[in-house]
Design a protein around this ligand. Structure first.
Ligand SMILES: NC(=O)c1ccc[n+]([C@@H]2O[C@H](COP(=O)([O-])OP(=O)(O)OC[C@H]3O[C@@H](n4cnc5c(N)ncnc54)[C@H](OP(=O)(O)O)[C@@H]3O)[C@@H](O)[C@H]2O)c1
Length: 345
């Protein structure tokens, strides 16, 4: 089979990157298919999607990188082969892959053997991928393969952050900063469907407009001075903030949180916050809660919720799989909103 293999990382100090730069470290090459282990299935991919994780790995900004690596955590396709012990009903089925591998028995936290599909294990930026059969889920019938591929990593992260860790209740007021992000858009769609009042923060006015079309009540540019004070004046304080941005944006949450309000943090694109007022945090009974990906139960609940509400993903752009360097360059520029999809030609 053919796959994109990563052989090294790009310099993390690079300030301007073009598609040609990724071709220095990524090669579209033929890879021998291994024998299928017991309990595993082979899937011919119909579509894959990118996540910021894929970008971090190409830039060497991820723990435990092993080369050569086939990246890609999101995929949907058709089961073409099964290892021993896998029910034969899976053969020929269209499936969506849960990228959480070996979550373990504890719903509260993943176990020590946990990892994410797409480095170190072989990922979906390829013609085929092998996964444990327990990570196969029937593809939601109301979606196309391109739409379904937009769900797994970002949808799962958003579901757990909003409902499991965030405990969102209908009617609550939610803030989602960095709304251009894949996880953030899913968080917006899930929270709106659950009956919350959702506000967003972004670096671009056009992303706020798109969020408005997806059901957000309002939004603010967090690039503006005093954005948190202005948002507080317009929207009042928030019961829940679901954040993947971090950095100095995070420091503003102490002002924006309602008494007993909570922040769920699933990412830190801008790094650690420069400051946080601990006295205000404990006095107002606020909570900061971490969240990562999700359990098999969370993935199944996500698919059920999406189907029940017939939610369709926001797709920014679709590329042929062979144009991966162009797709990564687009993700790196950060001007996208919604998922970037790759499909085999
Ligand atoms: N814990 C987990 O399981 C998990 C899962 C998925 C992702 N993550 C992490 O969560 C974060 C978001 O992931 P994603 O895949 O949703 O991201 P993404 O699709 O690449 O989007 C990131 C968004 O963050 C905003 N942003 C703010 N500051 C930025 C900066 N300095 N550079 C680039 N973007 C910036 C932008 O939105 P605006 O223009 O609207 O500001 C951008 O569209 C990443 O740090 C990722 O590693 C964690």
């Amino acid at each position: 089979m053919w796959a994109w293999r990563l052989h090294a990382s790009l310099p993390r100090t690079a300030t301007s990157l073009e598609a040609a730069d990724w071709l220095k470290v990524l090669r579209w090459e033929e890879v021998e298919l291994p024998k299928l282990p017991e309990g595993w299935a082979r899937v011919r991919l119909l579509a894959a999607a990118l996540n910021r994780r894929d970008l971090w790995i190409t830039l060497g900004l991820y723990p435990g990188i092993q080369y050569p690596a086939i990246l890609g955590s999101d995929g949907c396709g058709e089961v073409v082969a099964i290892g021993s012990g896998v029910p034969s009903e899976w053969l020929g089925q269209r499936v969506l892959l849960n990228p959480s591998l070996n979550w373990g028995q504890d719903e509260r936290v993943q176990g020590e053997r946990y990892h994410i599909l797409g480095m170190p294990s072989w990922g979906t930026l390829a013609e085929y991928v092998d996964v444990p059969a327990e990570n196969l889920y029937p593809m939601p019938a109301y979606l196309s393969p391109v739409e379904a591929a937009a769900i797994p990593l970002a949808g799962l992260t958003a579901y757990r952050a909003v409902f499991v860790q965030g405990g969102l209740q209908p009617g609550e007021k939610v803030l989602i900063p960095g709304i251009g992000g894949g996880v953030a858009v899913w968080a917006l769609q899930l929270a709106v469907a659950a009956g919350a009042e959702v506000w967003v923060a972004s670096s671009r006015p056009e992303k706020i407009e798109t969020a408005h079309r997806l059901g957000a009540k309002g939004g603010i540019l967090y690039t503006e001075k005093n954005w948190a004070e202005n948002l507080l004046q317009r929207a009042g304080s928030f019961d829940l903030i679901v954040d993947g941005v971090g950095g100095e944006v995070f420091s503003a949450y102490q002002l924006l949180l309602a008494p007993a309000g909570r922040v769920v943090i699933y990412g830190a694109t801008r790094g650690n916050p420069p400051s946080f007022d601990l006295r205000r945090l404990f006095w107002r009974q606020n909570r900061i809660i971490g969240s990562t990906m999700g359990s098999p139960r969370n993935f199944s609940d996500l698919l059920h919720f999406l189907t029940q509400h017939q939610i369709r993903p926001l797709i920014e752009h679709t590329y042929p799989l062979t144009a991966l360097p162009q797709a990564l360059a687009r993700l790196w520029r950060g001007d996208q909103m919604g998922k970037i999809i790759l499909h085999p030609v």
